[in-house]
Design a protein around this ligand. Structure first.
Ligand SMILES: Cc1cc2nc3c(=O)[nH]c(=O)nc-3n(C[C@H](O)[C@H](O)[C@H](O)COP(=O)(O)OP(=O)(O)OC[C@H]3O[C@@H](n4cnc5c(N)ncnc54)[C@H](O)[C@@H]3O)c2cc1C
Length: 274
């Protein structure tokens, strides 16, 4: 690990980590990335772990998508991750691509940055000066941009285990299953009596980076866990975003999706709460 960090530092901004290569290599094919030094971290032993430690789920930087998707530990500790993985890429890409590489790539339509925001994940980052902890809320800065410095690596994720009784829901629309999202929405709810006690709602595909829908979350707490509440939350989500269109879909369609998918993700989360 230290050797990898040293090489990154020697690169003076011109070195890149090569993990699964599922985003970096296509970028290099298109000459959108032309690193002078590639630091292949695949043979650093002992960093492909996915384990529970107390109240945290810990995932090393070489844990492949497919291993995280299939993990019973993940399904029990953070079922939102497993639910979202139903929409992430195709088998061959998941076999090689890593969750940490995906987060470092920070594609604005990628599911996992949104999920990490909703879960309040902590990114453990290592550089020449040592290790620092970066909350997911501060990690994703913009389009393909994170808080990582050019001589730093994301070494592991520390994700709080879901509290007992928390429900989850994740919905997405894309061209085909496994393609990047036009829009995706994830939701976490706890319900006390018949009212919503806590809410976390995240989305991707609606701007330069994944986001938490703060105003939607605020509008939910204290309300009945009922269809009408979720309908209003969907409308609130739509009011608070202004997605642009691209070659595939219009901004108006994305606005429609954010409303519908928020409603559906919340209904699923409420159905699974308690
Ligand atoms: C056809 C196709 C469909 C896809 N569909 C989806 C999808 O639906 N949803 C989705 O989310 N993704 C999708 N992906 C992307 C996939 O998830 C990639 O695996 C992932 O984005 C990158 O992980 P990787 O390990 O391959 O990283 P790499 O490609 O090796 O690296 C990606 C970037 O992260 C940096 N990096 C990697 N690891 C670290 C680290 N530990 N520390 C610091 N920097 C690091 C690299 O330097 C590079 O800049 C798709 C990819 C393809 C080719």
């Amino acid at each position: 690990m230290e050797a990898a960090i040293t090489l990154l530092a020697q690169g003076n901004g011109d070195a890149k980590v090569l993990a699964g290569g599922q985003s970096l290599v296509p970028m290099m094919n298109l000459r959108l990335a032309q690193p002078g030094i590639l630091v292949d971290v695949n043979r650093i032993p002992g960093h492909d772990y996915v384990r529970r430690q107390g109240n945290e789920l810990i995932i090393g930087f070489l844990a492949r998508h497919e291993d995280v998707k299939q993990s019973k530990v993940v399904r029990e500790a953070c079922p939102l991750i497993t639910a979202a993985y139903e929409f992430v890429a195709h088998g061959t890409i998941r076999n090689r691509g890593t969750l940490c590489g995906n987060l470092c790539h920070a594609d604005p339509s990628s599911e996992m940055p949104a999920v990490m925001l909703a879960l309040g994940a902590m990114m453990e980052v290592q550089g020449p000066a040592g290790t620092r902890q970066v909350p997911a809320a501060q990690f994703f800065i913009g389009l393909y941009e994170t808080a990582l410095r050019s001589d730093e690596m994301l070494v592991q994720l520390r994700i709080p285990v879901a509290p007992a009784g928390q429900g989850w829901g994740f919905h997405e629309v894309s061209t085909r299953k496994g393609d990047f999202a036009y829009v995706c929405v994830g939701a976490l709810l706890t319900v006390q009596g018949c009212r919503i006690a806590t809410a976390a709602v995240c989305a991707a595909g609606i701007g330069g980076r994944a986001v938490r829908l703060d105003s939607v979350e605020r509008s939910l707490v204290g309300q009945p866990a009922a269809e009408q509440t979720f309908q209003r939350a969907g409308e609130e989500a739509r009011r608070n975003v202004s997605p642009s269109g691209d070659l595939m879909v219009s901004g108006e369609y994305r606005s429609e999706l954010i409303e519908v998918l928020t409603r559906r993700a919340l209904a699923d989360a409420a159905g699974r709460a308690n």
